[in-house]
Design a protein. Structure first.
Length: 260
């Protein structure tokens, strides 16, 4: 189902039905949000923790690529989640010319995760936005391509768990964004049609275009302001602080936050 953003300049009727009501914007019932680098400044903390362990700052792209490859194997059922982190670390260290057995990989992971945990921070615009969405009466889902329950721990540790009605983790669902099944499973779980939902994330293709292709509203959170070509039916924000204005302007019957 195609998602209709923006109002046409004139009322329209469904072809062949003279009694059809005029076109109206959809009703918003669900807002889905990616977690890492949308709500939590994960990459900054990840870069710092990795650099502290290996003594260099240029290996984050390699780490991300190898991580994505191993997460995809978990989602596909080809790799057990319990083995993923050590196997990923072994593959990464091998690229650096370091041969690490399973025990050494686990030790490296333990030190990296502890540094990462201590370094995770919310972006400044997150709590005001979530407070507004909660007061507006829409349901909220966190939708992540990560593979483990550690995502729930991150949400809890940073005070975000209380906001979400549902947390969808790719490793548990068995599919990952941008597969439409990931988005549709969230909508089904929370009892709404994809046309009544919006997904916001920091990856243009995986999050915004993937959501649009699944029938949701696609919103790309471009925090860095990168100038790239964006499909006309995908909205672009540079801050979650602008999300309430976008939702109010594009949807009917968005709840008005109660005065506090």
């Amino acid at each position: 189902m195609a998602f209709a953003f923006g109002s046409p300049t004139a009322s329209q009727t469904v072809s062949g039905r003279d009694d059809a009501p005029p076109w109206a914007p959809p009703e918003l019932r669900l807002v889905c949000l990616d977690i890492d680098d949308t709500l939590i400044d994960f990459s900054a903390a990840g870069r710092r923790s990795l650099a502290a362990l290996i003594g260099r700052t240029d290996m984050w792209p390699l780490w991300e690529r190898i991580t994505d490859e191993h997460v995809a194997r978990v989602v596909a059922g080809d790799l057990c989640y319990g083995d993923m982190h050590a196997r990923r670390t072994q593959a990464f260290l091998a690229e650096l010319g370091v041969v690490a057995d399973h025990a050494h990989a686990l030790e490296f992971e333990a030190r990296r995760k502890e540094r990462l945990r201590r370094g995770l921070r919310l972006f400044d615009d997150v709590l005001p936005c979530l407070d507004w969405l909660t007061a507006a009466g829409v349901r909220l889902a966190a939708v992540t391509n990560a593979s483990g329950a550690h995502q729930r721990e991150k949400l809890a540790n940073l005070g975000l768990a209380r906001f979400f009605d549902y947390v969808a983790i790719a490793g548990e669902v068995g599919v990952a964004k941008p597969d439409p099944v990931m988005f549709h499973s969230v909508c089904f779980k929370l009892g709404c049609d994809p046309s009544e939902a919006v997904h916001v994330g920091d990856k243009l293709g995986t999050d915004a275009v993937g959501a649009r292709d699944a029938g949701l509203g696609g919103v790309w959170l471009n925090r860095t302001g990168h100038a790239v070509e964006v499909p006309s039916d995908v909205h672009v924000l540079t801050s979650l602080g602008d999300l309430p204005e976008l939702l109010v302007s594009e949807f009917v019957r968005v709840g008005v936050p109660a005065q506090r």
